[in-house]
Design a protein around this ligand. Structure first.
Ligand code: SF4
Ligand code: SF4
Length: 374
């Protein structure tokens, strides 16, 4: 099983699409009103790590992904847990600013590190703060120089400021970068800000056409270089299409990927902090191999691309921060992605048939922190 481990709710940034939204006057959301939040959940990890280890010992192959807030604010805990926990595979989602706080022998134990960056320096700094891009890139170069050979995923949050084609190519191709992979998530239907956005126009004029261009570029690169670029919103669904495999929620939340809160409760997803009616147990007595499944129902049940999309996001499905018209626009982006990949499938199959690429080129770690469907 995969577990996100929330070490702290504190963060050393206040990004425009994340914590800064707390200062906006947000739209009312019916779903959010109906969710009961445990306001007493501790900010910092508040249980004995030995309880966590006992829980993990009951799982034959646990994977632990450190998460926050910013997990590296608790570099002390990361170091301790990596040294002590009965876990073979560690991953981390970080903003990258404090990657220099961990010793190389600890960093080098990680199989995957997701680093939040939004593309070029100007855009990253505009969203995340002046000087962030340079500091993160310096740290990334340093961990590579210190021997980190694992997967390094550039994880973008995409907003109306993003030119998706330029940004994905920039993160993927800039030789100064050590990234092996790119993932992106739309800042859409996560907060009640639809009335303050220009999402509809941007999706129609920029994002959706950009996705069609990128899918075409992705397959062109397979043909010209014999390489399948690790662009996760394409890689994971395309592998399933090739294998004719149906998918549940692609981030794994609520069926393969659970999150351990700072008080030891287990939630389906790392964002569902304090949403106690969705908790599936507590590490002191739960069996990690028999955790309850939380399924996406509602409008997704009848959707014709349900087994491609998986339902996109459990958190936003429950909280419904955008109204029906906003949600429909987000689903249209999924439909656009599905159509672009479906249209590319015959070409991909033909490149496999002629030996330019192999099915193994699509193999990747599932539930590695990428939401997959943006
Ligand atoms: S496209 Fe929309 S309705 Fe369809 S499964 Fe995904 S989130 Fe649900
Ligand atoms: S996509 Fe949604 S359900 Fe999945 S991890 Fe992200 S917030 Fe949670």
């Amino acid at each position: 099983m995969y577990f996100h481990l929330i070490l702290t709710d504190n963060c050393n940034l206040c990004c425009s699409y994340c914590r800064a939204k707390a200062f906006l006057d947000l739209d009312e959301s019916e779903g959010e009103r109906a969710v009961e939040i445990d306001e007493n959940i501790p900010i910092e990890l508040a249980y004995d790590p030995e309880v966590l280890y006992s829980f993990l010992r009951k799982d034959p192959a646990p994977t632990l992904t450190f998460y926050g807030g910013e997990p590296l604010l608790r570099a002390d805990l990361i170091e301790r847990i990596v040294r002590e926990a009965p876990v073979h595979r560690f991953m981390m989602q970080t903003n990258g600013l404090l990657l220099d706080r961990l010793p190389a022998d600890i960093i080098n134990r990680f199989t995957t590190i997701l680093v939040s960056l939004d593309g070029r320096k100007e855009l990253t700094d505009a969203n995340r703060g002046e000087g962030v891009y340079d500091r993160v890139m310096k740290n990334i170069r340093q961990i590579r120089a210190n021997g980190y050979t694992g997967e390094l995923i550039a994880r973008m949050t995409v907003t109306e400021r993003t030119d998706i084609v330029d940004t994905v190519h920039w993160l993927s191709g800039n030789p100064d970068h050590s990234f092996t992979s790119v993932h992106w998530q739309l800042d859409a239907n996560f907060a009640g800000d639809f009335s303050q956005r220009t999402f509809a126009e941007w999706a129609a004029d920029s994002y959706n056409p950009g996705i069609r261009t990128l899918v075409s570029d992705w397959v062109d690169h397979m043909e010209s270089a014999g390489e399948v670029l690790r662009w996760y919103p394409f890689l994971d669904p395309m592998e399933d299409m090739l294998l004719d495999r149906k998918s549940l929620l692609r981030c794994g939340s609520g069926h393969a990927n659970y999150s351990i809160m700072t008080d030891g409760h287990i939630a389906p997803c790392p964002v569902m902090i304090g949403m106690k009616q969705y908790y599936v147990g507590h590490i002191r007595d739960a069996d990690p191999c028999r955790l309850g499944r939380i399924d996406i129902k509602g409008e997704c049940s009848a959707c014709h691309i349900r087994t491609f999309c998986g339902g996109r996001c459990l958190y936003s499905h429950i909280t419904r921060p955008w109204d029906e018209s906003g949600r429909h626009l987000v689903c249209e982006t999924v439909e656009n992605l599905h159509t672009a990949l479906t249209n590319a499938l015959p070409r991909v199959r033909s490149l496999i048939s002629d030996g330019t690429i192999t099915p193994g080129d699509f193999v990747h770690e599932k539930f590695n922190g990428c939401e997959i469907i943006p």
